[in-house]
Design a protein around this ligand. Sequence first.
Ligand code: ARG
Length: 457
Amino acid sequence: MWGGRFAEGPSAIMQEINASIPFDKALWQQDITGSLAHAAMLARCGIISKADAEQIKIGLHQVAEEFAANGVDEDWSLEDIHMHVEAQLRATIGEAAGRLHTARSRNDQVATDLKLWVRDAIDQTDAALAAFQTVLVDRAEEHAETIMPGFTHLQSAQPVTLGHHLMAYYEMIERDRSRFADARGRLNQSPLGAAALAGTGFPIDREQTAKALGFDAPTRNSLDSVSDRDFAIDYLMAASQCALHLSRLAEEIIIWASQPYGFVALPDSFSTGSSIMPQKRNPDAAELVRAHSARITGCLHAVMMTMKGLPLAYSKDMQNDKPPVFEAEGLLALSLAAMTGMMREMTFRPDAMRAAAERGYATATDLADWLVREADIPFREAHHITGEAVKLAEQQGVALEALSLDALKAIDDRIDDRVFSVLSLDASVASRNCYGATAPDRVREQINSARQRLAAS
Ligand code: ARG
């Protein structure tokens, strides 16, 4: 394709290091779509004949059929998917194929192809995230009143509802979706027509190809167009942040499914056994979601580090942007599918959650708050008195609300029997009823508003 000025062909090693076809063949559909738009524009602008454009169009559709049926061969001497499509077109329609690459370079072509690919990936990810949100909100509604210990430092802190806890993840996922949407908005300008770097002297119409490919407009600067990989990095940043959220939930599922917790039972469909320990039911899917987030973030860093030292405009380094983008997309899609399935099918154990909240003296803050409110004791002192009560309950091996009034009065005689109304887990949860808080009514409010936003998204 470019051999005119060379006396000898490349060495086998040169061909191997240069070939991107093993991975960029994933772009064959985008490449053909871009070429169809380009050829139609060339004909409309009078740069190639209508007859040639028609042949190219028919030929490209045949190439698409061929690739869909038999896959793309990997011929290293043809380097990349762009050359493979063109070679296949030549084999199909002959000479006219040679006119397709007029007023175009592989540099604007590859940027266009990858943008189209990433745009599709974003749309698919968004749909998968919406499906995950639907499951989260369903499970949250089911457990709007289920009490569990809320943790700080993974120490029992204050009782919360499981519905509240799950809705926290709903919010994270909503922000993830908005990050992907932002990335999509910035990405959606067409590089096609920037040619190698400087634009072209042919009277092309970049608006036309931009529109045909669903872009909002052509990119404004041809040098930037062929050098820009921020769109891939934006996508990988959004993917990394999203994977990180999934990883935190995965970590919680792993902890919750462990025997000392027993907050959830994983479904058979998302557990594995041990080859030696018959009692085992391992949370491998959650562990792999946690691990995949590391790889996805690694993909982000691979592209960032590739780009950081590159002078304008195109350098072959940029060919390496594709494997990390493809890898991250595959890992994220799988992680999301696994998380959605686990969340839909796992069994929550409200009794174990409630028992853990009682063991952890999760209503200690409620006792301190009561002393402040009802006995006008400064919070610092109330904190100290409550600490004594917790110590006593711990010695007796009982919940706070199981301490006798006499025992509490011995610690501070300003305590009276009204205190028992705040010591229960249910009272504690019901009392936290400010906007966004854990009281079941407030959680239902969050759920209703989430369902409305989800339906509108
Ligand atoms: N396979 C190349 C890539 O993915 C296509 C662009 C080649 N451009 C060039 N000037 N060699 O980046």
